[in-house]
Design a protein around this ligand. Structure first.
Ligand code: PSV
Ligand code: MN
Length: 401
């Protein structure tokens, strides 16, 4: 940190360093595996082909950024048969120095779930879904992961083809039973999404529905905001402000998008939006912020997977650092006296400030590479994994796993 006298520069450095010291963002195991679009899969030579390789990639991102010590696991993609081989996962955690993060049950890919999982009209299929959720809770307990993160893909594609109302009751029952199984340190996060894979109604379409289901399930259930899961024009930071106010914000899946749930790298389309979201978090204060899980949920089809993840974490660090620079006291004063342009400029000037030199200083002081993307380009990791995994990927056919 520069020490040439107290003043704005000194205060900015302190704010940025303290923000970065506390900033953690989880990476998704599936972001390192082969993915595609609805129309095809684009295989990458260096994509992870096993849970071990996903841990290795997550570890590489953490070593370069110092901000991602946990990796989210997707049950069916990472834990064969939907069961955790706990010693094996613990061995990977030790070997690669990253821990298991959020446990993501998978209630959307098996044929049984064609007409839904926890909202399926069939009691038997709802029972299967509940069993999978309970297995996921047990996996979380065994691995010491705090969050079981639920995305319920259920919905219908044609008006009249399903009863929206009866499905609410069915979901309540299953989510309540899942909550009852949570351990004392566990939480369950309820994610919402307005469309896809169904195109008429989604059973948990927005934050209001997620909030109601979470509250009904119990106090350890909170709402998860995936930034890609809103209609165009939704004021996401306002949703965040409300959930913070209600004490119901459990966490985020960060990504960016231009059109729908595009899963683009964080901040690539609208960095100002993420800055505004971070402002809500930073301005809420330490207590309200506590426990909010920051996670990335992206799928990189075109960019190299490890590069894209490093780019996302670095962008998150920079935008969080920018949000920490807002002069909160001054902003409140300007807001309260309705000095609109000055208030907006106070807010915006933090966004426009180039924090990269300060972030760079922080990285060096913490023993991290000054420029993580450059370090990745130079350290040979991508070439190594491309060579090692190339032949396995050439044979790869399945999506995600
Ligand atoms: C669904 O679009 C989602 O956002 C959920 O979080 C899934 O778990 C994830 O993406 C991976 O497909
Ligand atoms: Mn998500």
């Amino acid at each position: 940190m520069t020490t040439n006298g107290a003043g704005t520069a000194e205060r900015d450095a302190e704010k940025v360093w303290s923000a970065l010291d506390s900033f953690r963002i989880e990476v998704p195991s599936w972001g390192f595996a082969n993915t595609g679009t609805r129309f095809g899969k684009f295989v990458q030579g260096g994509a992870a082909t096993s849970t071990e390789e996903k841990f290795a990639d997550a570890s590489q991102v953490n070593q370069l950024t110092g901000a991602s010590p946990t990796v989210a696991l997707h049950v069916l993609w990472d834990l064969p048969g939907g069961k955790a081989d706990v010693p094996a996962i613990q061995a990977l955690e030790k070997k690669y120095g990253v821990k298991s993060g959020g446990i993501n049950p998978n209630l959307f890919q098996d044929a049984e779930y064609k007409y839904g999982s926890i909202a399926n009209p069939s009691k038997e299929i709802r029972g299967l879904a509940l069993k999978h959720l309970l297995d996921s809770v047990e996996i979380g307990k065994a691995l010491g992961s705090k969050d079981v993160s639920l995305w319920i893909a259920d919905g219908s594609s044609y008006p009249g083809s399903q009863s929206v109302r009866r499905r609410i009751e069915w979901m309540r029952e299953v989510l309540g039973a899942t909550h009852a199984a949570l351990g004392p340190d566990q939480r369950m996060l309820v994610e919402y999404k307005p469309f896809e894979p169904y195109f008429y109604h989604t059973d948990i379409a927005d934050w209001g529905m997620a909030l109601d289901l979470a509250r009904n399930a119990g106090p350890k259930a909170k709402v998860l905001v995936d930034t890609g899961h809103h209609y165009q024009g939704t004021n996401i930071e306002q949703v965040v402000a409300w959930l913070l106010h209600l004490g119901e914000l459990g966490g985020f899946h960060f990504n960016d998008r231009k059109y729908a749930d595009d899963d683009l790298t964080l901040g690539s389309i609208d960095p100002y939006q993420l800055f505004r979201i971070f402002h809500e978090i930073v301005s809420a204060g330490a207590k309200e912020r506590e426990g909010i899980a920051f996670m990335i949920d992206q799928s990189h089809n075109l960019k190299g997977k490890v590069e894209a993840m490093v780019q996302s974490v670095v962008t998150a660090q920079e935008l969080y650092a920018k949000a920490s620079l807002i002069d909160q006291e001054k902003l409140v004063e300007l807001q309260d006296s309705c000095r609109l342009v000055e208030a907006e400029e106070c807010f915006r000037s933090a966004f426009w400030q180039d924090v990269r030199p300060l972030v760079r200083e922080w990285r060096i002081a913490r023993g991290l590479p000054a420029d993580p993307l450059k370090a990745l380009a130079e350290n040979g990791y991508v070439e190594k994994i491309t060579k090692e995994r190339g032949s396995r990927n050439a044979r790869s056919v399945s999506t995600y796993a």
